[in-house]
Design a protein around this ligand. Sequence first.
Ligand code: FES
Length: 85
Amino acid sequence: MVTQCVCHRVPFAEIKRLAASGMSISAISAQTKCCTGCGMCRPYVFVVLTTGATAIPVLSPRASAELDARLESLLPKGEGKSGTA
Ligand code: FES
């Protein structure tokens, strides 16, 4: 199970708590730095935001790509990833 942004050691439970307090994903990312490193947590963060799950089974590469694109749609233009894989 995946439970945190590994790069910045941000538990998904913390992301869920901040989202529930009304913060946008952009604000959460700015505050915690989640999603600003390798980007591998991005599809998982989308799952956290849309389902409330904080322990998520490892996603397939295809599912990761699809969910990453959906997270991108939640970010204001210009705040998405910049060409990282
Ligand atoms: S795991 Fe979150 S940015 Fe790398």
